[in-house]
Design a protein around this ligand. Sequence first.
Ligand code: NAD
Ligand code: TYD
Length: 340
Amino acid sequence: MTVIVTGGAGFIGSNFVYHMLSAHPDYRIVCVDCLTYAGNMSTLAEAMKNPNFAFYKTDICDRDGIYEIFEKEHPQVVVNFAAESHVDRSIENPDVFLRTNIMGTAVLMDACRKYGIDRYHQVSTDEVYGDLPLDRPDLFFTEQTPIHTSSPYSSSKAAADLLVLAYHRTYGLPVTISRCSNNYGPYHFPEKLIPLMIANCLNDKPLPVYGKGENVRDWLYVADHCKAIDLILQKGKVGEVYNVGGHNEMTNIDIVKLICKELGKPESLITYVADRKGHDMRYAIDPTKIHTELGWLPETKFADGIKMTIKWYLDNKDWWQTILSGEYKDYYARMYGDRK
Ligand code: NAD
Ligand code: TYD
């Protein structure tokens, strides 16, 4: 069995590569990643030592390059993690989100049609459902919730989802889609809330909380997401969408305060800054379908997962300090420099 994992040098994709290499030692795992600012070869250093692993530095929008990989590797399964993934960057420059997230998905599916495939899996997000109001804790996203996006990022992901479902209906491509809530864990790029707050705490820098910090996200430990995708590949029904989330809703400010507490840093580091444009209020997944149909349940409680994550950032300072010293410095200055 050969599985192509696109975006495997990023946060969730790399965790999925390691999950697959250990859960399926008889599989060949082929990573395709063009190494944008978010892709990191040091993340894949251990995988590179495994004879069942191969890496191609290729853009998923590069049709000839992707077709060549299919001709060489004859994959049975493609799991597409490759994407531009940060909402704030999508607000700054939507263009590359449309290119990678929509056109790249189309190129991958065209390759699947041309060369044949047992399964194409699209890694999507709960953000395609838009947001929920804070005063209606009874509401959750189900797979029937209408697509109703807020940001250029979520719109590009929603467009890709629609295209994936269209390729299933029109060409009979054997697809599945997972829509997961916010992930956290090792190898999370420090532009996102949890790793950014950990890194800033460790550097005694201000902790920039958008708006009032009352927005709610539903956090899932990354290993649980990887197991859910693996399960969908094994048992999921073609043509179906599966929501993935663990009923772990928390406000941003509570997360930031918890990180301060775990690291023994003062809450006086917290700085309220201008809100994100179009900021989604609350995400909350109803995971009933994947639980009842496939038997998936999250295994890591947030209280444990956040401790493991903080420990990982303490033990792997080189990994994130190298990132912080590069292009990230310009990004940080642009995004936070005069954000009042
Ligand atoms: P990430 O930004 O950490 O990694 C993205 C990876 O894709 C990087 O390695 C990058 O180099 C690669 N990539 C980007 N453009 C590419 C292109 N044109 N060709 C080849 N490779 C390219 O992202 P992530 O947080 O790991 O998210 C992975 C997927 O999961 C995305 O599709 C995202 O929408 C989805 N998702 C993320 C979350 C989350 O909480 N992070 C939640 C739900 C869904
Ligand atoms: P993020 O990690 O970017 O994920 P997403 O926007 O995809 O949910 O942000 C999580 C939440 O944290 C979101 O409500 C925005 C907020 N946030 C801050 O308050 N400050 C920050 O510096 C960042 C990066 C995010």
